[in-house]
Write a protein that binds this ligand. Structure first.
Ligand code: HEM
Length: 281
């Protein structure tokens, strides 16, 4: 006998299904759009780092660091510290250039060996760069003073901790957890990049409210010293919760926010290119 009840419920079930399918797609495309913009922006940063620092250092050695705006970039006779700065800059290219590649699913599935080796190299460089960064901060200082020292050192601790957790889950073959911690690692390791594009986006759009350019201090800089990695981490958690949730409104809201964030990120990248990186050449 035909189950009329079931047939009557079918269109409703299909409608609900198509609505939650749409919400899932909005979230997915929103995340991919934000990621594509971010990857482009990070690769532009790598091009800047290599094009600006490589000819300087290869041509003039450690001493050339003194011509840059890095605080205490070159200290005569301090070979370990000077080496830490050079290492920090060159390893940055692997981190900022390689990080986005690790998150592209097509690369992971088509070239698993490449993914594994780049993953190992990424973890090794991210930890080494953070240790070199800690050495630079506590021996030579940092733009932004004491608060920035604490904020960026906390970032270094988060980077090293998240790297260890991501590797632990990879070794235990818990791929779901590995991916989540790898995403968190990507966010904190991108702090330096978020800092620069966020600061320039703020300066371009507000004229620099809360920033004293002479002393490099002020309320916005205090907020952004921690915001550079805490804000991306909070947004990532919102995205992961929306992804796990069965609530289609949560997915739609997060997906929509990601489109807006992609636009904001693109604007900030433009501001950093025009205000920070291009003027160096
Ligand atoms: C792991 C990811 C990191 C990458 C990819 C990275 C990359 C870079 C790059 C490319 C620069 C030169 C920037 C420019 O010319 O505008 C730089 C500067 C600097 N980095 Fe890092 N860095 C990272 C993490 C850290 C950490 C964790 C610390 C400190 C604990 C740190 C401390 C510094 C300092 C002190 C400078 C000098 C300029 C300034 O005061 O901002 N970095 N970094």
């Amino acid at each position: 006998m035909m189950n009329t009840n079931a047939i009557a419920k079918q269109p409703l079930a299909m409608e609900v299904d198509s609505k939650s399918g749409l919400a899932r797609s909005v979230l997915d495309v929103g995340a991919k759009t934000w990621f594509a913009v971010t990857a482009m922006g990070q690769w532009i940063f790598v091009v800047y780092v290599l094009a600006y620092y490589a000819p300087l250092i290869l041509g003039g050695g450690f001493q050339a660091l003194g011509e840059t705006s890095l605080p205490g970039g070159y200290v005569p006779g301090e070979t370990v510290g000077n080496l830490a700065v050079v290492m920090h800059l060159f390893l940055a290219a692997i981190i900022i250039g390689g990080g986005p590649l690790q998150l592209i699913p097509q690369i992971r599935s088509r070239f698993p060996v490449f993914h594994h080796w780049l993953g190992r190299l990424y973890i090794l460089t991210v930890v080494t760069t953070s240790v070199a960064g800690l050495y630079m901060v506590w021996t030579r200082g940092v733009l932004g003073g004491e608060l920035m020292k604490i904020a960026i050192s906390t970032d270094a601790v988060l980077i090293i901790t998240f790297a260890a957790i991501a590797i632990y889950h990879a070794i235990s073959r818990n791929i779901r957890m590995h991916r989540r911690w790898a995403l968190r690692l990507f966010m904190v390791a991108s702090g330096v990049w978020f800092y620069r594009i966020g600061l320039m986006g703020w300066v371009f759009s507000t004229g620099g409210v809360g920033v004293n350019f002479e002393t490099f201090s002020g309320p916005f800089l205090n907020f952004w010293a921690f915001g550079q990695y805490l804000l991306p981490l909070v947004l990532l958690e919102c995205y992961l919760r929306a992804k796990d949730s069965a609530n289609k409104h949560a997915k739609l809201a997060m997906g929509g926010s990601l489109f807006v964030l992609a636009g904001v990120t693109a604007f900030c990248i433009f501001a950093a290119v025009m205000g920070l990186w291009l003027p160096k050449f």
